[in-house]
Design a protein around this ligand. Structure first.
Ligand SMILES: C[S@@+](CC[C@H](N)C(=O)[O-])C[C@H]1O[C@@H](n2cnc3c(N)ncnc32)[C@H](O)[C@@H]1O
Length: 219
């Protein structure tokens, strides 16, 4: 589902609220040149992540799903000196492009990219130095698991964002056999009963179509 007006409005908003950004433009160009799909967050949503991480006073960020590091750059720029984004990516090819992009954006020292299935990377992490902010944007069928891991590796007050939870309205299709929709619905069932979180979700339209995100707070 899409409407040209949604992209036009995103362009209008970005034109007024986002400055020209050589590093982010170069990152998207590099992604395209190296064959990565254009499934990064939109520019205005990247800025939203950036602002939310700043509002949360985040020092340590966990990202599940790096792709070429577009959202990673937005998040890393929100961090103070000594801050860190730990970002998890299945594909070594994507991680290599992301490393190029975050280094070009001069945030490379704030970004650690872990390659492999996110479930394995997460299982190897011990709570101790908790994450302040978590952005989940990988294989949607695993979203419930990633939310539980975000709680385990977070602390009371940790912000959790889960992207792509509306999926052209597919989220309300109880009979769907689409693994991403089934996984998204399973995540909402978890959120409904998970007493360690308080959450809401917002649907939106824009350059990336009709979708939405969950915003949750660890209690
Ligand atoms: C939507 S893209 C991430 C976009 C990125 N957050 C951005 O906005 O720039 C999803 C990424 O998750 C990765 N991914 C898929 N399954 C994964 C898994 N099991 N573990 C880790 N990463 C995975 C994909 O390879 C892809 O790069």
């Amino acid at each position: 589902v899409s409407d040209p007006a949604w992209s036009a409005v995103d362009e209008y908003l970005a034109g007024h609220l986002l400055s020209d950004d050589e590093a982010l433009t170069a990152a998207l160009a590099n992604n395209k040149a190296q064959g990565l799909p254009p499934i990064d967050v939109s520019a205005v949503q990247g800025k939203l992540l950036h602002l939310l991480a700043r509002m949360a006073g985040a020092r340590r960020v966990l990202e599940v799903g790096t792709l070429g590091g577009f959202s990673t750059i937005w998040l890393a720029r929100a961090l103070p000196e000594g801050g860190k984004v730990v970002t998890l990516e299945l594909e070594a090819r994507n991680a290599k492009v992301a490393r190029e992009n975050v280094d070009r954006a001069a945030v490379g020292d704030k970004v650690e990219i872990l390659v492999g299935p996110a479930k394995d990377s997460l299982a190897a992490m011990q709570p101790g130095d908790p994450f302040d902010f978590v952005f989940i944007d990988a294989d949607k069928q695993s979203n419930a698991h990633y939310v539980q891991e975000a709680i385990r590796l977070g602390r009371p007050g940790t912000t959790i964002i889960v992207d792509n939870v509306v999926r052209d309205g597919g989220v309300i299709d109880a009979g769907s056999t689409n693994a991403q929709i089934v996984g998204t619905r399973r995540m909402f069932e978890l959120l409904a009963k998970e007493g360690r979180l308080d959450a809401t979700a917002i649907q939106m339209v824009g350059a990336k179509g009709w979708d939405g995100f969950v915003l949750a707070l660890v209690l």
